[in-house]
Write a protein that binds this ligand. Sequence first.
Ligand SMILES: NC(=O)c1ccc[n+]([C@@H]2O[C@H](COP(=O)([O-])OP(=O)(O)OC[C@H]3O[C@@H](n4cnc5c(N)ncnc54)[C@H](O)[C@@H]3O)[C@@H](O)[C@H]2O)c1
Length: 262
Amino acid sequence: MAASSQERVAAITGGAGGIGEACVARMRRDGWRVVVLDRNMDLAREVAAGHGAVAHEIDLADAGSIADAARWVEKEIGPCSALAAVAAHLENPHMPQAQDFTEWEAILRVNLTGTFRTLTAFGAGMLERGNGSIVTVGSITAFNSSPLQAYGPTKAAIINMTRNFAVAWGRQGVRVNCVCPGPTRTPAVEASYARGERNPDTMIRQTALGRLVKPEQVANAIGFLLSDDAGAITGIELPVDAGTLATQLWGLYGGVPGPAQS
Ligand SMILES: NC(=O)c1ccc[n+]([C@@H]2O[C@H](COP(=O)([O-])OP(=O)(O)OC[C@H]3O[C@@H](n4cnc5c(N)ncnc54)[C@H](O)[C@@H]3O)[C@@H](O)[C@H]2O)c1
């Protein structure tokens, strides 16, 4: 089960999800030994089997589970030198006064505290060895107002956290960057379109490219930042959003010109 000397080990939290699975595929193609970490073990096993990876349970709401998963990866698979911290508790749009505080607590626990603990647990071995690369996953909701009342602030905090870790660990050989997806056509988001909670056409109209993001396009950015090709890059946040952030002021002047794809 341990990695061969040629294969470096990458851990992907949320590896059973849409963007997570695309990261598993990309990292396998790049020759990494990949561990799919998720709380949904049925899906994690399926994804792992489909991509020649291994699956292991993690629950970001549980500090012990995060520490156990990090220990298991180091002991059973090998020294982990790449981490994609993809797992998150998602949220549907609503007004602030309608916030459910049980959900608020759950989102902060997973996205904020869980991500912080994931970085410290998986980063410990990287610091000891003086070598490693971490990518956190933010969101374009981190940069501006949105009706994702709890999720957006946690994603803004992840950007701040990423910069903190990047500077704290930079001289010990560990790079830390953040990828911020725009609306990405994962199975979970497609299901949300089908339930009428989000409208893909409205979202497409607000992209510069006239189309939404594919999971593999986010994974390509994550794979690049985790690779040695990004050896001089740390402490950045990289939007992968089909130009959604760039279009904002065009709404004041009638919107983005040109046809969009459906
Ligand atoms: N899809 C988008 O449009 C979009 C946009 C911006 C940011 N993002 C971010 O991209 C990342 C991946 O999102 P996705 O769209 O692939 O969603 P997804 O729901 O398909 O994947 C999320 C994964 O995280 C896992 N997870 C949730 N809570 C967990 C916990 N407590 N412990 C362990 N695992 C847990 C889920 O089981 C799931 O496999 C998230 O960080 C999300 O916030 C997505």
